[in-house]
Write a protein of this length. Structure first.
Length: 280
């Protein structure tokens, strides 16, 4: 370790030689508070994972990873040790903060007696989950099968690529639109109307009664998040939802309440996020 990096660690809690990865951060160098903030974002439902990589193995451990758990108040921690992966399930967020901070600040690995050896990524399960999500969002099993025949899911990087490819497929089929956060009200309403029209055509549903657009109810001085929230507060059986692709734009879709609930669950299993549009 260089003298300047040692000073950064001891005086400022900056870890220049460590690597942190999350949905919005993937590089060397972070302040210790970044652990707290990222885990808080996971607890609030904005992030699905975070990963820490030391510059050198610590007692054989080359990575500590947190994934959202089955319940909102807990995470699963994964440790990569000597070529194997171990899981500590249902760790509370306060305990996860303590363990991940200790890993970085004190170079301390949690007691492996509390862990079980696992496969970090179940490829077959991931493919099944991704196939179900693609079928739901595309609304066409044949299109989803064709899409999945080209999808690669053997690593986190390939999962990211497949998520991006799904977003592009949804845009090309008219099942989603990508809008700027600075879009004008007239253009926003046009694109939402187009989403409704395309869903009517693809599903044979008549959504007009439930997802009507009362243009007089909108204020053009407001922002897109407020317009989305208005739709979701007035529609009874459908939601205007967003697909998080890690950019400053909004990728919007119209889903039934049941479709939205299932899509959100499936995306979470894939360490990605689908939520009501105003929360993105």
């Amino acid at each position: 370790m260089s003298f300047s990096n040692w000073i950064q660690e001891k005086l400022f809690d900056n870890y220049e030689e460590w690597h942190m990865k999350s949905p919005d951060y993937n590089r060397n160098g972070f302040n210790i508070v970044g652990i707290d903030n990222t885990l808080k974002a996971m607890e609030d439902g904005f992030f699905m994972y975070m990963e820490l990589y030391p510059p050198h193995a610590i007692d054989g451990c080359t990575a500590m990873k947190a994934r959202v758990g089955k319940t909102q108040d807990a995470v699963d921690l994964f440790l990569d040790i000597d070529g194997k992966t171990y899981r500590m399930a249902d760790v509370s967020y306060p305990d996860a903060v303590k363990m991940m901070r200790a890993f970085v600040k004190k170079r301390r690995v949690p007691d492996c007696n509390l862990c079980v050896e696992v496969a970090y990524q179940d490829i077959d399960q991931m493919r099944s989950t991704f196939t179900e999500l693609a079928t739901l969002l595309l609304g066409d099993a044949k299109q989803a099968k064709s899409f999945m025949s080209k999808a690669k899911l053997h690593s986190m990087e390939e999962l990211e690529d497949s998520w991006w490819n799904l977003y592009e497929k949804l845009l090309s089929t008219g099942r989603a639109v990508e809008l700027s956060l600075k879009i004008e009200l007239e253009d926003f309403l046009y694109h939402v109307q187009k989403l409704i029209h395309n869903k009517n055509l693809s599903t044979g549903e008549n959504l007009t009664g439930d997802v009507s657009i009362d243009t007089a109810a909108f204020d053009d001085s407001q922002c897109i998040g407020e317009w989305c929230a208005y739709f979701n507060s007035t529609w009874k059986n459908h939601k205007l939802v967003g697909m998080d692709i890690g950019t400053d734009s909004l990728v919007l879709m119209v889903l039934s309440n049941e479709e939205f609930k299932r899509a959100q669950e499936l995306a979470k299993e894939l360490l990605h996020r689908i939520d009501v549009a105003e929360r993105l």
